[in-house]
Design a protein around this ligand. Structure first.
Ligand code: PEP
Length: 251
């Protein structure tokens, strides 16, 4: 049995004051939630404050990116030591917005995944196809490549720590959600790919989240699919009530 994991990706939203307000509201709803792993991923500037709010609860904190390097002359970057100092436990890596706007490559994302695991941070590796790739019949090819390249060199036993987020790019922030069947099909395909890479035990253990306009109205159906082990939530995570409803749909 895989425990479901719901993470809120707040993206470039919320000042420190607003983040504290949102985290406090989420805490009110979910502080004692043990049935589902809950993760809040505020912007870097609010990590410390959000960690303070949720300390001594079951809620974990994640960052939205991490440098592949340890320290040094990398202007604008944030490394693992800095994140761990703020009690960060998860790191979202390879989000499609980072791939598209900041030209992050599979090779670079893989370096970050390896670094995160080496430093005991849990990567949430995002993969997913664009609408054009889906419509041209290349969805499987694209997703398989991102999984294989993003997780290259990762040992089978690390799959209990890492999370894969399937996020079809055409469903992110668009209000269009993959149907539960469409999502389940890709999740099963990702699990089969992991099986081929590192074996059945790791494939069975790895948690695969769905992301892309997940909201209270569609969460239960998506989360009811056999290979959907949680959600990576963008827009709906900015409202504590909606986020809590999604988490409760996963219980
Ligand atoms: C995301 O960006 O990870 C995401 C899933 O966003 P949204 O829920 O807004 O589609």
């Amino acid at each position: 049995m895989r425990k479901k994991i719901i993470a809120g990706n707040w993206k470039m939203n919320k000042t420190v004051e607003e983040a504290v307000e949102l985290a406090t509201a989420v805490k009110r709803e979910l502080a004692d939630c043990t049935e589902v792993d809950v993760v809040l991923c505020p912007p870097f500037t609010a990590l410390k404050s959000v960690s303070d709010v949720v300390s001594e609860t079951q809620i974990a904190v994640g960052s939205q990116n991490m440098s592949s390097e340890d320290e040094g002359a990398y202007t604008g970057e944030i490394c693992h030591t800095m994140l761990k100092e703020l009690f960060v436990r998860y790191v979202i890596l390879g989000h499609s917005e980072r791939r598209e706007y900041y030209k992050e490559t599979d090779e670079w994302i893989n370096k970050k995944v390896i670094k995160a695991l080496e430093k005991n941070l849990r990567p949430i590796l995002c993969v997913g196809e664009t609408l054009e790739e889906r419509e041209s019949g290349n969805m499987e090819k694209v997703v398989e490549l991102q999984v294989r390249e993003g997780l290259k060199g990762v040992s089978a036993d690390a799959y209990t720590e890492l999370v894969i987020a399937y996020e079809p790019v055409w469903a992110i922030g668009t209000g269009k959600t993959a149907s539960a069947e469409q999502a389940q099909e890709v999740h099963a395909f990702i699990r089969a790919t992991v099986k081929d890479m590192v074996g059945a035990e790791a494939a069975d253990a790895v948690r695969i989240q769905y992301g892309g306009s997940m909201k209270p109205a569609n969460a239960a159906e998506l989360l009811g699919q056999p290979d959907i082990d949680g959600g990576l939530i963008g827009g709906a995570a900015l409202d504590a009530g909606s986020f809590a409803e999604i988490v409760k749909a996963g219980m």
